[in-house]
Design a protein. Structure first.
Length: 201
C-alpha cells in the first residue's frame, strides 16, 4: 500500500508563517481581536436567546474553543517564524565573521605596507638632506678651487723668481765677457805701443 505524504514548500510555508507572526504582533491584530471578542460576547449576552449561537449559559464554549485553536496554531507558527529568523541570523553572523576576518586581513596587510613604507621613507633622502649635501659639496668644490688658485699663484711666483735669477746670471756673464774683451784690448794696445817704440829706436 502506497503511503500518501505531503511536504509543503518550506520557503513558501515559512514566508506565510512569518507574515502571520508579524501580523499577530501588530496593533491592528490586537484591535480587531478585541472588537471581535467584544461583539461576540455582546451579541451572545444582550441578544434574544433564540438569536444567540454561543449563549452565556454555556460559558461561551464556542468562543473558548476558537481562542484555544488560535492559540494552539499561533504557538507553532511563531516558533517556525522564530526558527527562520534564527537561520537568517546565523547566516548573517557567518557573513559578518567572514567580513570581519577579511577586514582584519586587509588591515594587517595595510599595516605591514605602511610599516614598510615608513622604513623606505627613512632610507630615502629628503629634500633638506639633499640640499645640505649639495651645499657641502659646493663648499668643498670652492675650497678645492681656492687651493688650486693658491697653488697656481705660488707656481707663478716661483717661475718669476727663476726668471729673475736667470736674468742676473746672464747679465753677470755678459759683464765678465765685456771685461775680458776690454782687458784683451788693453793688452793688444800696450803690445802695439811697445812695438812702435822699438821701431822708433
Amino acid at each position: 500500500m502506497r503511503r500518501f505524504t505531503y511536504s509543503p514548500n518550506p520557503d513558501a510555508f515559512g514566508r506565510m508563517t512569518e507574515g502571520f507572526a508579524r501580523y499577530m504582533g501588530t496593533p491592528q491584530f490586537l484591535l480587531w481581536m478585541t472588537v471581535f471578542c467584544g461583539v461576540w460576547l455582546g451579541w451572545n449576552t444582550l441578544a434574544p436567546e433564540e438569536l444567540q449561537f454561543d449563549p452565556r449559559s454555556l460559558n461561551f464554549t464556542l468562543l473558548t474553543l476558537m481562542l484555544s485553536l488560535q492559540a494552539s496554531y499561533a504557538a507553532p507558527l511563531l516558533l517556525l517564524a522564530q526558527n527562520r529568523q534564527d537561520d537568517r541570523d546565523r547566516v548573517v553572523a557567518s557573513e559578518d565573521r567572514k567580513r570581519d576576518q577579511q577586514n582584519l586581513e586587509e588591515t594587517q596587510y595595510l599595516t605591514r605596507e605602511i610599516a614598510s613604507l615608513r622604513i623606505a621613507l627613512r632610507e630615502v633622502a629628503t629634500r633638506d638632506f639633499v640640499r645640505s649635501e649639495l651645499r657641502d659639496i659646493l663648499e668643498e668644490l670652492k675650497s678645492i678651487q681656492e687651493e688650486q688658485e693658491r697653488q697656481a699663484e705660488q707656481l707663478h711666483d716661483i717661475g718669476e723668481e727663476y726668471e729673475d735669477e736667470d736674468t742676473h746670471e746672464d747679465g753677470a756673464q755678459q759683464g765678465s765677457e765685456s771685461s775680458d774683451s776690454a782687458a784683451a784690448g788693453d793688452a793688444a794696445a800696450s803690445a802695439a805701443d811697445k812695438k812702435e817704440r822699438k821701431d822708433v829706436s
